[in-house]
Design a protein around this ligand. Sequence first.
Ligand SMILES: Nc1ncnc2c1ncn2[C@@H]1O[C@H](COP(=O)(O)OP(=O)(O)OP(=O)(O)O)[C@@H](O)[C@H]1O
Ligand SMILES: [Mg+2]
Length: 305
Amino acid sequence: MAGAPLLSIENLSISLPTADGGRALAVRGVDIAIGEGEIVGLAGESGSGKTLSALAALGLLPSGATTGGRVVFDGRELMGEGGRGAAAVRGRDLAMVFQDPMTALHPMLSVGRQMTEHLVQHRRIGRAEADRIAIAMLDRVRIPNPKEAMARFPHQFSGGMRQRIAIASALAAGPRLLIADEPTTALDVTVQAGILRLIENLRRELKLSVLLITHDLGVMSALGCRGRATLTRAGCSTRCRMAAPPITRCRHCPARRPRSAASPPAAPSIRAAALPRISAAPTFPNCLPWARAMRSPARWIRSRW
Ligand SMILES: Nc1ncnc2c1ncn2[C@@H]1O[C@H](COP(=O)(O)OP(=O)(O)OP(=O)(O)O)[C@@H](O)[C@H]1O
Ligand SMILES: [Mg+2]
């Protein structure tokens, strides 16, 4: 990577309140650096803190979360200042395709409404111009009859099409960096391949940087994640080359026996102690608590972008 990275996450830690009044460290020591036009993979097992790390960059952590470390986007600190740094770039320069295409779109809003609300907000353009941009973006992600699609609702599309719409929505404001959180997980394999091709094509055409979150190392290598991966396990991270064995010892896990060349790589162990229950209201999706998101869809969009 030549020069300073576009996004750099340094020694990120996130703790959340637990049900017994204490705190649980959900993420610790995560380092990620993404250059202009680069695609970097963030892999790890379920619950290891991949989504929380991305939400920290966007300033969308659940209430009560406390953070340590730094997130810098194009020279600008995103954490601290009460999240004002992240709010300034979110949706405009830094966009996210949220995990799970079934809930990434609000069920009560038409596709057109959820695609244009943040465009009007960020680009300060009129509805007609926002509609034009949204239709062009839907066409780009190959949604048939994009004009008619604007008036339809998420349940009227297949899972793969919903994922394409979520990608179009994230890209409509012309961000420089896209965070794609498990963009293929809920989809069948043929649809998965189409979505991966789409992300790669958009990255080349729009000169985007991409942080690809996945638990599937095959997806990372299919997208040619520059041979680099940041792997998280139990909320800690390590770097490895894709050519190397995928799981290497992370700096927070207990030391393992040295590996002989012949033996398979040892996965870092996690202590079998019960994990603390983290207290928080269920969120839909990743921001406003569910009941409020349902009551006020427009507020939901504004909170996300
Ligand atoms: N809104 C929230 N409130 C309380 N705890 C949360 C919240 N979001 C995540 N957590 C907890 O933080 C930890 C990390 O969650 P996170 O969603 O980042 O995992 P992940 O690596 O993205 O997992 P997956 O691969 O299943 O998506 C988990 O233990 C999870 O239960
Ligand atoms: Mg996740």
